[in-house]
Design a protein around this ligand. Structure first.
Ligand code: CDT
Length: 308
């Protein structure tokens, strides 16, 4: 048994006017509670330090850059790193990254028990659009504010296991999990900010959105025989609702813990990494069963081309 006590730290809304110090205080309170419950790892959402700013159309780049972190850790988030180190708790955290040479990414990091960053992932599947779209009920400007990630889907050894990361929309793509699955991933950590209503289809509301969330995460876990921890920023930000539904899914694809609110809430589970072994040795033994001679289109073609 290789048991890891995981705390999925769902966060309630962050309003546009709120500063990082207030948010970090909330994150520290969640970390304290996680420590009290014996957590080895705390997982925070995508863009955990700010409101989900891609809903706002902003032309002034300096104003945009104020939503980005120029260093990690920086003064605002250092208390999180220090307390995680004191608690010997690993941490996964999503934030907007501005690199020294001016690149913008939607990033997640992973620390070890000493608070040292051991892994970085930059979101690859950026949803939405780059220009103001008057047809939508609200904007989703990730393609305007971020570049696609340039680090691939690596995995890291941590806490005696093999960990991977993805960010929000990545969870809807089977390729995300499979590339990590091919590196033996045992637990995938995912933060998300998912609007409760489809901006282009008003009848698609929170129930359907929560269904797609579970469907994607459960399929990824089952098909790669790994744990998946998916953590929301939830609730109403400046009038715009985001789904909750943070969940922990086992390597059989079953939900073992799920959030009940749209507020700051810990979702906890003791995850045995050895539970990944059976599936990896049997039905999803990739080395025995995969047929890569038939998968060429996956990497040679991007969009679907129907036959004539
Ligand atoms: N943050 C993010 O990637 N949100 C997207 C919304 C896309 S609309 C389905 C998501 O996939 O949840």
């Amino acid at each position: 048994m290789r048991q890891i006590n995981v705390a999925a730290a769902q966060m309630g809304p962050i309003q546009r006017a709120e500063g990082r110090e207030v948010v970090v205080k909330r994150m520290l309170a969640l970390m304290d509670e996680a420590k009290g419950k014996g957590a080895d790892l705390i997982v925070y959402p995508e863009l955990a330090l700010t409101t989900f700013f891609p809903r706002w159309y902003v032309e002034d780049q300096a104003q945009v850059d104020a939503w980005f972190e120029h260093d990690m850790p920086n003064d605002a988030v250092r208390p999180l790193f220090e307390r995680a180190a004191k608690y010997e708790m690993a941490m996964n955290l999503g934030y907007a990254e501005l690199t020294p040479d001016g690149h913008h990414f939607n990033t997640a990091i992973l620390t070890d028990r000493s608070g040292k960053i051991i892994g970085k992932y930059r979101k690859i599947h950026l949803p939405g659009h780059a220009e103001f779209d008057p047809e939508r009920a609200f904007q989703h400007l990730e393609k305007r504010y971020f570049e696609p990630g340039d680090l691939g889907f690596p995995v890291w050894r941590n806490l005696g296991g093999i960990f991977g990361m993805a960010v929000c929309n990545d969870r809807r793509w089977p390729e995300t999990y499979r590339v990590m699955g091919l590196q033996g991933v045992e637990m995938v950590l995912i933060g998300y900010n998912t609007p409760s209503v489809n901006s282009q289809k008003s009848e698609e509301g929170p129930e359907k959105r929560l269904f797609h969330n579970r469907l994607s995460v459960q399929a990824g876990a089952y098909q790669n025989s790994c744990w998946v921890v998916a953590v929301a920023k939830a609730g109403v930000e400046d009038g715009f609702p985001l789904i909750g539904g943070s969940l922990i899914v086992n390597p059989d694809g079953e939900i073992v813990a799920e959030a009940k609110t749209e507020r700051d809430e810990l979702v906890l589970h003791a995850c045995d990494l050895d539970a990944t072994v059976f599936g990896k040795k049997t039905i999803f033994d990739f080395a025995r069963h995969r047929r890569i001679e038939h998968y060429g289109l996956i990497t040679s073609r991007t969009g679907a081309i129907p036959p004539p």
